[in-house]
Structure formats: C-alpha cells, structure tokens
Design a protein around this ligand. Structure first.
Ligand SMILES: [Zn+2]
Length: 419
C-alpha cells in the first residue's frame, strides 16, 4: 500500500471522461449551428396567452408574467422564480428586476432599447407560494413533473401548460431556486456542461461556482435541455427566508446574461475566477442530537477545522465534532439544529488547487464574496485572464442534485413509480 491515502476523495472534480465529453461538445459546437440573430430581419408584435405585446412594449399578463418585447430581433429569454413555492430567492429577484430601478426611465430593462423578448415569471407555483409550500396543492413537486401529461394529476397538467407556453419558444431559461427547508445554499449555478448552449449560459451568468450536473428526472431543466434550450438553475439562500445577498447575485446574474446576449446594452460582469465542479461530498452527522454549526454557506475551511458540533441533551457532557476532510468550500449548510445520525449537515467542495484565489476574495466571516453579492458595479477587464479551476484527481460519484435526506429520496422514488 505504501503511503497512507487520503480518506476523502476529491469529489468535486470533473472526472476525466466527463471533461472529455465537455471538451468534445464545445469543440463540435460552432456558432454556425445556431443562427445569429439577424438584427435587420422583420420583427413584429407577439401574442402570449392570447394577449398582444407590441414592439417596444412591456406588458404584464395573468399568472403574472411580465413580457418585454424589444424593438429589434433577438432571443427569447425566460426567467422563472418560485417553481418551489417556499423558495423566495427567485420571486424576490424577479420582483427586483420588475421594480422601477430597472424598468423605470433610464433603467436597464427598457423595451425601447431592448432586442429580443424577455419574459419574467416571479412565481411559477403560485398555489404553493400562497400555502408557503414547496409543493403544489396536490402534494407533488412541479420540478419533478415535466413534461407532464394532459390527462395526468393536477401538477402534471400544470407542467404541460408551462411546457407549452414557457419552455417551448424559449431560447434561454434561467430557473431561480434556493435550498429546500432546513438548509441554505451559497450562490451557485447548476448546468449540464456537456450541453454547449447551457455551458455558455452558465458562464454568462458571471459567478464563481458552476456545478456540472445532469438535471434530475422530471425537472424543468431536463425538459428544456431535451429540446436543446440553454438552461441553468441558480441556487442561493434557503426556503422560507430571504437571503438578500443571494437575491443580489441572482439579479446581477440575470442582467449579465441579458448583456452577454446583447439583449440589453452594456457589457456583462465577469468573476475573477470560476470553479467548475461536479459531484459532491456530503458531511454527515455521526450521531443524532442538537447541531451547532460554526460555518455558513460559502465558508472556506481548512482540513481539520471543526465545522459543527453535535451534542445530545439526553447525554449531557458528551459531544461529537464534525471536521473538514480537506481544504475547501462549504456550498450548503444545515440550518435545522435537529439532526439524526447519518443526516447531511453540509455539502462540501474540496479545493486542492488555486485556494489562494478563493482566499483573496473572502469577507470578515471567512466566506467567499460572490460576484454581485455586494451590488458590485458591472465591470469588464478584457486583458485579465479568467482562471478556470478544474482540479485533477480521483472522481467519486455523487450528484450535486442528490437529495439531502432519506425522506426526500423516498418521495422522489414514489414519484418516479407514479410516472
Ligand atoms: Zn427549488
């Protein structure tokens, strides 16, 4: 055996085979495969849910959906929040984008200066939102119901409508989410990096953490990718509360995408580095009890750091520490102090390369400052090379979209059985 091997595999790396397929997909992808927007071609009013939206007009239609129809030809971009009714990052980011700051005189979202069409849906699952619930009133997860069935259950029928009116007809979709109840995510983008258009979209969003993930079965992203529509999922904050910095990053990212696609004027902002990651390492509770977390989403940790302590009121005086297995980044942490043995308390990305870049961009709480989180101005430095970090090493399986705990896993199994 020789030298003792590290106990934890570097799990966030893009495995060799995956890196190869990403490189191949990007190589094969040329701009010729998708027509350039002919800015000189004919451009006319559109109809959406039987409502007319004229050229250069902004109009809010039932649901509500706000449509900006620019004065020049261009792509159709759909920004969606609240697919899960209790995840408020998306609804808040969309509401911000629709505020006077952006839609008022001289604002970034002026249909008169816009190309293409932008559709903003602050809350896709409005019944769930009103019930403060992730699910539809029939207890099902809309983001596992796509493409849906016209004669299926309620959620499945809604999926059919969403598919027909919002997914189809989009060139680009940004789906805004936050962590489910009991945990919180640092701002991150999830995309299938072997889908070239989605890969480029993930970059255009302009933030540091990009997770390569094949979308879960029945998700909106999977459905859209199946139609070759560029789609990313943004994750930031947690359910039932508002993480204002995650909202800021979402707004910043959406504007970056619109700028990158030349839908609105001005240059997009870029992060100083980008961490492309796949897979995950879940840090789990060894014992049940009360959890005391010492880190937050975005915390940088060093191997051996205590990230949490679990104590059991039933056996006072005894406590168990959970330590960082490597140097790295906490991309998600538990917010619910009740834990059972085996429950994840954190989602961890080992970083074995370029840790200095990350350390050069932390706040006084030792958390990574994400591009846009502090309302950073739009900037672009053409000459500065953006570092793409793809650490080499061993790959251990595990999806970034893996379910957090057993309860959810059971639910998704049931749903799969039904479909
Ligand atoms: Zn969600």
């Amino acid at each position: 055996m020789g030298r003792k091997k590290r106990t934890v595999r570097v799990a966030h790396e893009l495995p060799k085979s995956r890196r190869k397929s990403i490189a191949k997909a990007l190589e094969e992808h040329t701009s010729e495969t998708k027509e350039e927007w002919d800015r000189g071609s004919e451009w006319k009013e559109i109809r959406f849910f039987r409502k007319r939206v004229k050229v250069g007009e902004m109009r809010t239609i039932m649901m509500p959906i706000t449509v900006f129809h620019g004065t020049r030809p261009g792509p159709v971009i759909t920004i969606i929040g609240g697919t899960h009714g209790d995840e408020l990052t998306g609804p808040s980011a969309c509401t911000n984008l629709l505020s006077n700051t952006f839609t008022g005189l001289g604002g970034a979202l002026d249909p008169q200066t816009m190309a293409g069409t932008v559709r903003i849906v602050p809350v896709l699952n409005l019944p769930g939102y009103r019930m403060k619930s992730r699910y539809f009133p029939d207890g099902r997860d809309l983001n596992r119901a796509f493409p849906g069935r016209a004669k299926g259950n309620t959620t499945s029928r809604v999926a059919v409508t969403v598919n027909k009116h919002l997914i189809e007809g989009s060139d680009v979709i940004i789906d805004l989410h936050s962590a489910a109840q009991g945990r919180s995510n640092m701002p991150q983008i999830r995309a299938d990096l072997t889908h070239p258009e989605s890969h480029l979209l993930a970059k255009a969003f302009g933030i540091e953490i990009v997770l390569d993930s094949r979308p879960p079965k029945g998700s909106l992203r999977r459905c859209a990718n199946g139609k070759d529509i560029a789609t990313v999922t943004y994750e930031g904050g947690g359910a039932n509360w508002l993480d204002q910095s995650a909202v800021k990053v979402a707004v910043h990212g959406c504007l970056n995408v619109l700028r990158s696609l030349k839908v609105i004027p001005n240059n997009p902002s870029r992060p100083k580095f980008r961490l492309k990651a796949a897979g995950s390492t879940w840090l789990r509770a060894g014992e049940g009890g009360l959890l005391d977390m010492f880190v937050s989403p975005g915390s940088l940790v060093t191997r051996g750091d205590i990230i949490a302590t679990i104590s059991d009121p039933g056996t006072p005086g005894l406590s168990v520490d959970i330590v960082a297995p490597e140097d790295g980044l906490m991309i998600c942490t538990a917010t619910n102090p009740f834990v059972a043995a085996g429950m994840p308390v954190g989602h961890f990305l080992p970083v074995t390369k370029h840790m200095d870049l990350l350390l050069g961009q932390i706040d006084d709480r030792n958390c990574l400052i994400v591009n846009g989180s502090q309302g950073q101005p739009i900037w672009r430095e053409e000459d500065v090379e953006l570092v793409e970090i793809e650490v080499e090493g061993e790959w251990s399986s595990g999806s970034v979209d893996a379910e957090w705990n057993e309860v959810n896993a059971e639910e998704s199994e049931q749903e799969e059985a039904e479909s």
